[in-house]
Design a binder for this molecule. Sequence first.
Ligand SMILES: CC(C)(COP(=O)(O)OP(=O)(O)OC[C@H]1O[C@@H](n2cnc3c(N)ncnc32)[C@H](O)[C@@H]1OP(=O)(O)O)[C@@H](O)C(=O)NCCC(=O)NCCS
Length: 166
Amino acid sequence: MIIRTLTPADLEGYRLLRLAALQEQPPAFGTPVEKERKLALEAVALRLQESEDTYLLGAFLDYLLVGLIRFSLFEEANEKHRGFIASLYVQPDFRRRGIARALVTEVLLRARRDSSLRRIHLTVVTGQEAAIQLYKLLGFCIYGTEREAFSKAGQFYDEYLMELTL
Ligand SMILES: CC(C)(COP(=O)(O)OP(=O)(O)OC[C@H]1O[C@@H](n2cnc3c(N)ncnc32)[C@H](O)[C@@H]1OP(=O)(O)O)[C@@H](O)C(=O)NCCC(=O)NCCS
């Protein structure tokens, strides 16, 4: 398995995997898949442009993109000691092989190299047991619950707020 930062050259594979993620049942993400589908390719490519504040990592098996994770710093200058993880997804055929663990571990390794970063946050739908187990395994703790964080197909979903102190 190869884990590397995605670039605009990964646009096609990224778009397919992201659309699959947004269709996960029960939902793992609040973003409606229709909204993502309507995005111009240029806008999607912009996301793949690494910057000081954000990057996307991909996990590749035989050159096929099978896993994703996004890391970003908080936006304001006085919040840059905090980062957040989002969009973690592994294609169902490749689950339980340690891919997500490797992706989150790589983000944590990079974060620990940055001495100005103090903590990492994330939100996870309360029903996504696999993700919650994985995050706990890697040291994240639940510190709150956001009730009815989003709705999809007429149903409301709660999210846990999780954090890890570096
Ligand atoms: C959560 C997800 C990314 C895990 O991906 P994965 O590559 O299968 O995970 P890994 O193989 O790295 O698993 C690492 C650990 O996580 C936990 N875990 C993973 N899948 C699990 C499951 N189905 N049930 C319980 N624990 C699970 C286990 O502790 C596992 O360690 P183990 O295999 O030694 O027991 C994947 O199931 C997924 O894409 N789910 C839908 C999207 C999602 O919920 N994303 C999170 C958004 S915040």
